[in-house]
Structure formats: C-alpha cells, structure tokens
Design a protein around this ligand. Structure first.
Ligand code: AMP
Length: 113
C-alpha cells in the first residue's frame, strides 16, 4: 500500500490536531474546515476508498460509523451533523486513504454540491 498524507499522520510523520484515537481509527481536524466542526475520521488500515473495502472490513466500517456519531456528540452536536465520504476523483476525493468527513455547526443544504 502506498504512503499517503493520512498514513503519515497515523505514523506521526506529519502533525495533526488529533481529537480521537483507538486501535482501529484516528480522528483529526481538517486543515481547511468547511464547517465550524470539520473532523476527518480514518481507519488505521489503509483502505484506498469505500469502493475498495471488502467483507473483511465490515466490522471496521461499522466501528467508524459508530465513532463518527460519538465524535459529533463529543463536539456538542449529538443530533445535527453531516457525514461525507467522497469516493474517487469525480466525487471530490483528493486523499486516497478512506476517510469520513464529520461536519457540524452550520446549516447544510440538500442535495449536497
Ligand atoms: P477529500 O477531498 O474527501 O479526499 O478530503 C481530503 C481532506 O483532507 C480535505 O478536506 C483537506 O482539507 C484535508 N486535508 C488535506 N491535508 C490535510 C492535513 N495535513 N491535515 C488535515 N486535513 C488535511
């Protein structure tokens, strides 16, 4: 698996504002926030994108979703937040290590842009 910006953050090779960590995942503040709360939650396992996840990742993906809700709650937004997973260039993915954007603290329109 090739190194990405996010694997370097996991390995503490580059700094990040980390808000949560456990054996399976890491959460840190987005460097270019799109909302008052904008946190990226990533698996420590290098999965390039959600479309490359497999059955073996089922419990890991469930863990990430549950933690995303916990993190939003810890940030003071238990009920109103948005989770975004960009998959592939055309959908806006720029870092090819799976990540969930946790956005909160403003109004969100629909459909997403
Ligand atoms: P995406 O476009 O879905 O791949 O999201 C990548 C996100 O990573 C963007 O929101 C960037 O602002 C964010 N990002 C890029 N570099 C860093 C960094 N060094 N620390 C924190 N977030 C970053």
């Amino acid at each position: 698996m090739s190194e990405t910006l996010f694997s370097k953050i996991i390995n503490r090779e580059i700094p990040a504002d980390i808000v949560y960590e456990d054996d399976l995942c890491l959460a840190f503040r987005d460097i270019e926030p799109q909302a008052p709360v904008h946190i990226l939650l990533i698996p420590k396992k290098s999965i390039v994108k959600i479309s490359e996840a497999t059955e073996t990742d089922q419990s890991l993906l469930g863990h990430l979703l549950l933690k995303a809700g916990d993190i939003a709650k810890e940030q003071g937004y238990a009920d109103t937040f948005r989770l975004v997973v960009n998959n592939g260039n055309g959908a806006g993915q720029t870092v090819f290590h799976l990540h969930i954007h946790i956005l909160a603290g403003r109004k969100f329109s629909w459909p997403a842009g």
